[in-house]
Write a protein that binds this ligand. Sequence first.
Ligand code: BDR
Ligand code: CA
Length: 327
Amino acid sequence: MPRKIILDVDTGSDDAVAIMSAILSPDVQLEALCSVAGNKEIEYTTENTLRVVQLLKADVPVYRGAKYPLVKFLCPDRLPEDEHLEVVHDGKVVQMHSDYLDIPEAKIKEQPISAAEFYVKYLREAKEPVTLVAVGPLTNLALAFRIDPTIVKNIEEIVIMGGGYNITNCTPTAEFNIWYDPEAAEIVINSGAKVTLVPLDATHAACITLDDCKRFRALNTVAGKFIAELCEQRIIVHNATQPLDVPDAAAVHDALCIAYLIDPTVLKDVRHVHCNVGFRDFCEGQTILDMRYFTEPANCWFAFDGDRFKFADILCDLAAKSEPLAE
Ligand code: BDR
Ligand code: CA
């Protein structure tokens, strides 16, 4: 039986790979996609999400989510810096996430209710538990838990791309998704659901290389080509701004969460720990793990490592299931 999931995204290049993976996997039944502001404003992340669904001709409803984080933007000193990770490569500007994904504009439409309303309605009525996979800021889920905390009983697991222990990317202490809405992350991690964090420690270890991209492209499928393009774009930016230990490689963070649902051993060194999120000053958005001998009770599973060979094989198998490219 495929596992029912709802995928929450701020699409985004690696979000796009996660969406395609979820659509293509026979182990996963993608019930819905919810957009959220993060990598880009909500107008872009929603349109990009629709574009990916349309590209793969999938029949998956898309719900528009939160335009702003819960409270962060109320504090002028917490506003994000207007920083775009872009580099010039072969005379062209390349970004980690361009405003719009370079695929046809969406003709399909989003659903008429918001993501938070959808979560509450869906989870109240659910006859069997569903897994939530959140690969953007956690605003939508936090809103839903604030409206009705009892919905947690119908959640099998919440898989979150976010956080970092030895690796951070947005500030010296924080990973982007958690940093963008720290209060939301704290609410979700402490919701009482089984929470699995897929942090930068795992996503950087399970990186995708240029050689992997060659394999994806050689499949000659719609998803194979697009995944190769997105990963290559990410490798260019990683090489220039945050080179990994493996040469010519990039983290494709969000898709690792879907790979974990297909084969949990793609995450390694997964430990049951207590995590709180820092809200202010130097630790804003930090996933603070209690690593003392006598700790607070564990509230999440945290992956300290990942298997890049397994991850690349999983992505390749999924991309092979997509339709062949037109001649
Ligand atoms: C996370 O931040 C976003 O830029 C990516 O899509 C990913 O979800 C990595 O820190
Ligand atoms: Ca994301």
